[in-house]
Design a protein around this ligand. Structure first.
Ligand code: ADP
Ligand code: MG
Length: 678
């Protein structure tokens, strides 16, 4: 009934129907659940409770005659003195000269508008003669698009709620409503549209927030369970003896966190389920070591392993370190976009024949022409740069390997349980012993000379420095230093003292390699670069990271950049050069100087920037919630997840009658829809 056309609602004609479709409203149900995005408050509050710049309503007695002045062509300003409590408040109306005649000393009027606390003045948008009616002081305002107005929506909504509101069915189990003190669905719906008080509205929102979080988490948990139980996975029977002797041969001992994560990964690999796991760990926490051991495990099970990274530079670095690590014992190959012609054919052949044990590469690694003999494990580094697309490509090739995503951008818990709710998570939350914390300083632009002296001092002591700036091209609009200018400036400043190199995204791969190699070999002491060095690059002799225009970066990105130093024995430094204008910018610089923990930073980043900006808009893949806000309503999200897990893993979703409505919703959206299966 509620999924019948919205045309059945009184007041919805053909024209309005079309406009509503533009808002995504097709059925009665769609309309009923089209919620206001804000509420106007016509509630009369004491003057002392009014908030500057907010829309308020006040009631007062007109003192004397209003004064009217004209200005410009046909523009007017009407000022009415109102006695409110014991104060005189000015009510200002623009271009409503006609109202003058309606106001006389001693009349009581009610005005709504923007409140100016300093001048005790209200700029009137609505007024009426007489006292405010006490009913319905809270009026909904609906988000609109195209021709529909909020007023129109308000009108048809009233009809819809009156006629169909009582048909809305509860979907949450009774016990949940009781435990969480949530209003029924019917009642909450009414309150969303016609709140009887802000308190009731809050409860209604709380209810729908929980409801949508629960449904979302149920979907995620269902997918996770299905994925785990999918027979499409592979059981990799690795040789634990060989792993142990390899680990013994390492120049360090694995930290507890590394051991724990490794055990979790190996367990998944051995099980017949397909692994879908996220390995999180701060820069330098030793993820790559864990990845390498996992790849080795796969090869001992006579499978191939693949390591996918976001850039060619990184691919080459990983390739080199894996080659060194495994020596002759394994055949590691490199496959990137710039490996072409005969060489490429050779590499492809070794992958197809199975001679290649481990393939390291960029996304080129999963292109059509690449055929694996037996791909057992795929490790994807910096997961948020790889989209759903790449996963699908593998699937389409009929390959269902165990998949491990690694990220050094610690994902805030909040996002981890939404965007990665269908994944298992391993966390390396411990640094190898003996690591020195990187000292971080924030300096203003005008201190740059001193920064240069500091670089010089470190270089004299045998170390190296990065100088990072945000963009590579001069832009009129953005007053930012560009890498090329900075490079020229530094080269001049340091001439005859040291070598300065330049690195940016527009260089050819071979040029980049050359620069990187020179920096690695300490033939270049100062590397001026854009953020291409952000991820993974490893030059342990570098001890200084200078970040120019640091206010232009997000906290997580700054943290990534900072992680390029502090990789060796020596004390390292990060210097943020920034003149942030706003408070938020200053706050971010302060946080950077005080916090070295990536998880903490990412939480703060999320708070300051919001989820949309955290990963960058496009890549976010974040769910959109109508009522709930995953940052502010985090606790509800967590509760919903626990409840969803209980429901799914007790296998009672279908059987338990109290879940019957949840089951119905999920059946339509997920259970009967094979496309949602990863
Ligand atoms: P991540 O990939 O998390 O940034 P890496 O795996 O590259 O970190 O490790 C950073 C550095 O620390 C490497 O030089 C690596 O050899 C070293 N390392 C890794 N694990 C340990 C450990 N348990 N103890 C000491 N050093 C380690
Ligand atoms: Mg497995």
């Amino acid at each position: 009934m509620l999924n019948e056309s919205v045309k059945n609602v009184k007041g919805v004609g053909d024209k309005l129907y079309e406009d509503l479709t533009g808002l995504g409203i097709k059925t009665i149900n769609d309309l009923l659940f089209y919620f206001p995005n804000r509420y106007d408050n016509y509630e009369i509050k004491p003057l002392s409770e009014l908030v500057h710049d907010e829309k308020v309503t006040i009631e007062g007695e007109v003192i004397g005659d209003p004064s009217l002045t004209f200005f410009g062509r046909k523009k007017s300003r009407l000022v009415i003195n109102l006695q409110v409590e014991h104060m005189v408040v000015k009510a200002v109306m623009f271009n409503r000269a006609f109202a003058k005649k309606q106001m006389h000393g001693g009349d009581v009027i009610t005005v709504t508008g923007k409140w100016d606390q300093h001048r005790l003045q209200i700029t009137v948008s609505n007024y009426k003669k007489g006292r405010a009616k006490s009913e319905d002081p809270i009026q909904p305002v609906y988000p609109t698009k195209g021709n529909v107005t909020s007023k129109q929506l308000k009108k048809v909504m009233l009809n819809a709620v009156n006629e169909f509101g009582s048909k809305v069915e509860e979907i949450l189990p009774k016990s949940y409503l009781q435990n969480y003190k949530l209003p029924s669905r019917k009642e909450a719906l009414k309150q969303m549209h016609y709140p009887s008080s802000f308190k009731q509205l809050k409860h209604a929102k709380r209810r729908f927030t929980y409801e949508e979080f629960l449904l979302f988490q149920l979907k995620m948990q269902l997918l996770r369970k299905r994925n785990r139980e999918s027979t499409m996975g592979n059981s990799q029977d690795y040789d634990s003896g060989r792993l142990e002797s390899f680990i013994k041969g390492l120049s360090f001992e694995l930290t507890n966190a590394q051991q724990r994560s490794l055990a979790e990964i190996l367990k998944d690999m051995k099980s017949p389920y397909r692994m879908n796991r996220l390995l999180q760990g701060d820069v330098g926490s030793g993820k790559t070591a864990v990845a390498a051991i996992s790849l080795l495990a796969s090869t001992t099970a006579h499978k191939q392993g693949a390591l996918m990274v976001p850039t060619e530079i990184l691919a080459e670095q990983h390739y080199q370190s894996l080659t060194e690590l495994f020596g002759e014992s394994l055949d590691v190959v490199l496959l990137t976009g710039s490996i072409k012609g005969k060489k490429r054919k050779e590499v492809l052949a070794t992958i197809e024949s199975g001679q290649a044990d481990i393939v390291v590469g960029t996304h080129a690694l999963i292109q059509d022409e690449v055929v694996f003999r037996a791909l057992g494990l795929v490790i994807v580094d910096e997961q948020h740069r790889f989209g759903v697309e790449q996963r699908k490509t593998l699937r389409d090739k009929g390959i269902y390997p165990d998949v491990l995503f690694m990220t050094a951008t610690p994902i805030p818990r909040t996002l981890a349980i939404t965007s990665f709710g269908d994944m298992d998570v391993s966390q390396i939350d411990e640094m190898p012993v003996g690591r020195k914390a990187i000292e971080t300083y924030w300096v203003k632009d005008n201190m740059f000379d001193r920064v240069l002296s500091f670089i010089e001092k470190e270089v004299k002591a045998g170390y190296q420095a990065y100088v990072i700036c945000p963009l590579i091209e001069e832009s009129d609009k953005l007053d930012i230093q560009n890498a090329v200018d900075l490079f020229n400036q530094l080269q001049f400043h340091f001439q005859n003292k040291m070598h300065v190199g330049l690195m940016h995204g527009r260089l050819h791969t071979t040029e980049k390699d050359e620069v990187m190699k020179k920096f690695s070999d300490n033939e270049i002491q100062v590397l001026v670069s854009t953020t291409v060095v952000e991820v993974g690059v490893n030059v342990p002799n570098a001890t200084v990271m200078v970040i120019y225009d640091a206010e232009r970066f997000g906290l997580s990105q700054l943290h990534q950049l900072r992680g390029r130093v502090g990789r060796g024995e020596a004390q390292s430094y990060c210097i943020l050069v920034a003149d942030p204008k706003g408070e938020v910018g200053k706050e971010r610089m302060r946080i950077m100087t005080e916090t070295t923990n990536g998880f903490e930073l990412s939480e703060q980043d999320l708070q300051l920037r919001g989820p949309g900006d955290f990963f960058g808009k496009k890549q976010s893949g974040l769910p959109e919630f109508k009522v709930g806000d995953m940052v502010h309503d985090y606790r509800a999200l967590e509760t919903a997840r626990n409840d969803a897990q209980t429901i799914i893993y007790s296998n009672s979703l279908e059987a338990d009658p109290s879940y019957q409505f949840l089951y119905k919703v999920l059946k339509e959206e997920v259970i009967d829809n094979p496309d949602t299966l990863d």
